[in-house]
Write a protein that binds this ligand. Structure first.
Ligand SMILES: Cc1cc2nc3c(=O)[nH]c(=O)nc-3n(C[C@H](O)[C@H](O)[C@H](O)COP(=O)(O)OP(=O)(O)OC[C@H]3O[C@@H](n4cnc5c(N)ncnc54)[C@H](O)[C@@H]3O)c2cc1C
Length: 430
């Protein structure tokens, strides 16, 4: 017999969005069940940890070969974030009637977003900063959700923080648990249950078999790839289109006298709005050793001599996530032009900072760290984030109206706070 759990609100996914919703809604006295297909990961920060919880061990790819990142774990992809706290999509969402100013301020305060002190910045990045200024660029310090007093400057934020110096959505999950929320780990949502055109729960599966979580409200926060799969399985066929992923490329050069190892990644950025953002960035060796054709790079770019930067763009939202999980994400000629423009500047910068010009090269494949847009506002959900199925809401990277080309965590938290307040006030229209 199928087991049944009854609650008021069921949230699928305990990442940035799901954890924020669970915290806010439970704090207001709502009975919340939070479903998470992954488990609570205790060991973080080492190479093999990353391989354990990244989707498909970091090998989730589009048909065209772009790597798409996400994790399966309590806290979702926030656990492997670089700690960058930049606002994005504020104007785009305001134009739709979603004013997030107050929620952004709340999020920034809770995450203590601030630039890091110089002790967290490597010599290599200091050189890149100086070079950027001398080239007339205007580098800015990135506000981070990293506590500099706890940070050991290992540079492995993207493998999860073993020193608990970085905020992650696990902090919010724990707050939700204190408020009485129920966290169901190892529980994969399969589809949304409906009756008379209204959502009334979720069909899921855990290690003991199938189960039903019955609820008055269902919120999908399974991320830009899994949310549209669940929607399509639940009859919302228009989900999964218009996917973006904010793709990035990384360029390295060899310097004789400096490197970026004793510092955190992405402490500063250079931006050309609408075109690209560039950060100093060095991959953890795990990626060097794993990706096809990258192994020789470890020899070519020993970390103790490497300077590196990533160029990230807002890509054209023409990708697709299909119900069977296959993904299509062409990189268009407009996308390539943006990469070219950003990479020209990055190469100049690396050389100015001391990289041997002959050593400077860009590595492949292209990687997409922020898949989203697959249940966009105005396409799949209305301005209230509700789908065509009443009481079925979506809140995560999927609802963004366009590619931000910027770190989305702050915006996802702000949007989740905004939706929570409306659900608490039972406000259903904009
Ligand atoms: C390496 C890396 C570094 C990044 N750095 C930054 C940064 O510095 N700043 C920033 O703003 N952004 C950063 N990002 C992006 C950011 O982490 C994500 O965009 C954001 O966390 C996405 O939040 P989400 O709630 O949409 O989804 P996720 O955080 O991905 O959460 C989705 C959750 O749903 C669960 N789930 C999926 N399917 C199911 C199912 N069927 N049933 C139950 N559970 C399910 C997943 O296991 C996951 O826990 C980074 C991303 C990567 C990959």
């Amino acid at each position: 017999m199928t087991r049944t759990v009854e609650t008021e609100i069921v949230i699928v996914g305990s990442g940035t969005a799901g954890a924020t919703l669970a915290k806010e809604l439970s704090a207001a006295g709502k009975k919340v069940a939070l479903l998470e297909k992954g488990k609570r990961e205790i060991r973080l920060g080492r190479m093999r940890d990353g391989l354990r919880f990244y989707e498909k061990h970091t090998f989730l790819k589009s048909k065209e070969g772009t790597i798409l990142y996400g994790t399966s774990m309590v806290g979702g992809t926030s656990v492997v974030a670089s700690g960058n706290a930049l606002r994005c999509q504020q104007k785009e969402l305001a134009d739709l009637g979603i004013d997030l100013e107050k929620d952004f301020l709340e999020a920034e305060q809770e995450l203590k977003a601030a630039p890091l002190p110089d002790k967290c910045i490597s010599q290599g990045v200091i050189k890149l900063l100086q070079s950027a200024r001398s080239l007339g660029l205007e580098p800015k310090r990135v506000p981070k959700f990293i506590d500099p007093n706890k940070c050991k400057v290992c540079g492995y934020c993207v493998l999860g923080c073993r020193y608990n110096a970085k905020w992650s959505a696990v902090n919010y999950v724990d707050r939700a648990l204190k408020n009485g929320a129920l966290l169901m780990t190892g529980t994969r949502a399969v589809k949304v249950l409906t009756a008379n055109g209204r959502a009334n729960g979720v069909e899921a599966v855990d290690s003991k078999g199938p189960l039903k979580i019955l609820a008055d409200i269902v919120i999908l926060s399974a991320g830009g790839i899994h949310t549209p799969i669940i929607l399509q399985r639940s009859g919302v066929d228009k989900a999964g289109k218009k996917m973006f992923c904010d793709p990035f490329i990384t360029t390295y050069g060899i310097s004789r006298d400096t490197n970026q190892t004793k510092g955190i990644n992405a402490p500063m950025y250079i931006i050309k709005p609408g075109r690209f953002i560039a950060f100093p960035f060095i991959d953890p060796p795990v990626q060097f050793t794993l990706y096809n054709g990258w192994k020789p790079l470890l020899g070519q770019f020993p970390r103790m001599k490497a300077l590196g930067m990533m160029v990230k763009i807002a890509d054209e939202p023409i990708g697709k996530v299909n119900a069977n999980g296959s993904i299509e994400k062409p990189i268009t000629s407009k996308d390539k032009d943006k990469f070219k423009e950003g990479n020209k500047i990055v190469k100049e910068l690396l050389i100015k900072a001391g990289a041997n010009p002959k050593s400077v090269s860009t590595i492949r494949p292209i990687r997409g760290p922020h898949p989203g847009g697959t249940a966009a506002i105005g396409e799949v959900v209305n301005k209230n984030l509700e789908t065509e199925i009443k009481n079925l809401f979506v809140c995560d990277n999927s609802v963004f109206p366009s590619a931000p080309g910027l770190p989305p965590i702050l915006t996802i938290i702000a949007l989740s706070k905004w939706l929570s307040k409306r659900l608490i006030a039972n406000q259903r229209t904009i």
